[in-house]
Design a protein around this ligand. Structure first.
Ligand SMILES: Cc1cc2nc3c(=O)[nH]c(=O)nc-3n(C[C@H](O)[C@H](O)[C@H](O)COP(=O)(O)O)c2cc1C
Length: 310
């Protein structure tokens, strides 16, 4: 079984990947999406999304803990997607993931993300262009939702991804219109999986061991992707794979301090107050202490004040 750490724009950046892969037994990380429009993106821009590329050596692009990191591209133009895929593979990415699930109005208006699910041909052309352009041993994966407004094209979209030569497919078990509203429709993942032969990774609403077992049963998938669950219980991968207990609060607290240290010294320090509050909102779903801490830092506006309190 593989547990993949989900791409989460504005949340799961390289610092969070570093912290979570140290404790979580995750097998793969996917970066926040990199938007491809009508040009080849500079190496520096790719490094901003995925600083791990800078150290990609003999073992490839990994976090400090050794977990492979795959860059996710989002775009609608097969040619530019292919050119950027080649570039990012040359920079060392552990494969390419293609985003067909982003629900953002702005992104969809510009014909990127989930809106492409309205016609399986879109997925086919993009995946095929990328797959044909990169070296044959490069893993190309796609991440889809069950559809845009409804699920009528769910299976065709999965088949299009496979026919275009993708190596694996992640399915977030909701339509674009369903947003993040529970429940995730895991049985729909099974419907897609039954019609294709590439590995399918099940995603959506996996928060604990019981949920993971149920999701695997219903979807028929071996592999799972977790996002918000890993921000709620940082070692969720180990909870699922090794049946470990959720890590104790004292260890989470040490992670919060390490995160603070990273974020306040890095180039993202201005985002730090919001980011730590955002993380605490997830953590408080499992840790009572996070709720108390959130109450204490809710009104603090500077990184220094939060750091002092921590
Ligand atoms: C804040 C946020 C940002 C996200 N950013 C991305 C992204 O950049 N690329 C992507 O494919 N999915 C993105 N997603 C979707 C997640 O990868 C995942 O599919 C979704 O959260 C369901 O999984 P979960 O229930 O385990 O969180 C994002 C989700 C959230 C909540």
């Amino acid at each position: 079984m593989r547990i993949v750490l989900a791409p989460m724009e504005g949340v799961l950046d390289h610092l969070m990947r570093d912290l979570l892969t140290r404790v979580g037994s995750y097998d793969l990380c996917v970066t926040e999406f990199v938007r491809v429009v009508d040009q080849v993106i500079s190496a520096n821009a790719f490094y901003r999304f995925c600083p791990e590329l800078k150290d990609a050596g003999a073992y490839g692009c990994t976090t400090q803990a050794g977990t492979p990191v795959r860059v996710q591209l989002l775009g609608q133009h097969p040619g530019y997607m292919a050119e950027n895929a080649v570039k990012v593979v040359e920079l060392g990415s552990s494969g390419i993931d293609i985003n067909f699930g982003c629900p953002s109005k702005m992104v969809n208006k510009n014909r990127g993300g989930a809106v492409l699910l309205k016609d399986p041909e879109n997925l086919y052309q993009i995946v095929k262009a990328v797959k044909n352009a990169v070296p044959t041993d490069t893993i190309v994966s796609a991440k889809i939702r069950l559809g845009y407004e409804d699920k009528t094209l769910a299976i065709e979209n999965g088949q299009a991804v496979e026919a275009a030569g993708a190596n694996e497919l992640t399915v977030h078990a909701r339509t674009k219109v369903e947003g993040y509203k529970p429940p995730a429709h895991w049985h729909w993942i099974a419907k897609i999986k039954n019609e294709i032969n590439i590995p399918v990774i099940a995603n959506g609403d996996i928060w604990d061991l019981e949920g993971a077992i149920k999701c695997r049963e219903i979807s028929g998938c071996n592999d799972l992707m977790v996002g918000r669950g890993a921000l709620t219980v940082p070692n969720l991968g180990a909870v699922i794979k090794q049946e470990s207990d959720a890590m104790p609060w004292i260890k989470v607290q040490a992670m919060l301090l390490a995160y603070t240290e990273f974020e306040t010294h890095g180039d993202k320090s201005k985002y730090f107050p919001n980011r730590i509050k955002q993380w605490l909102k997830y953590l408080k779903n499992h840790y009572q202490e996070a709720d108390t801490l959130f109450g204490e830092i809710r009104t603090l506006k500077t990184a220094e004040a939060i750091q002092e309190l921590l």
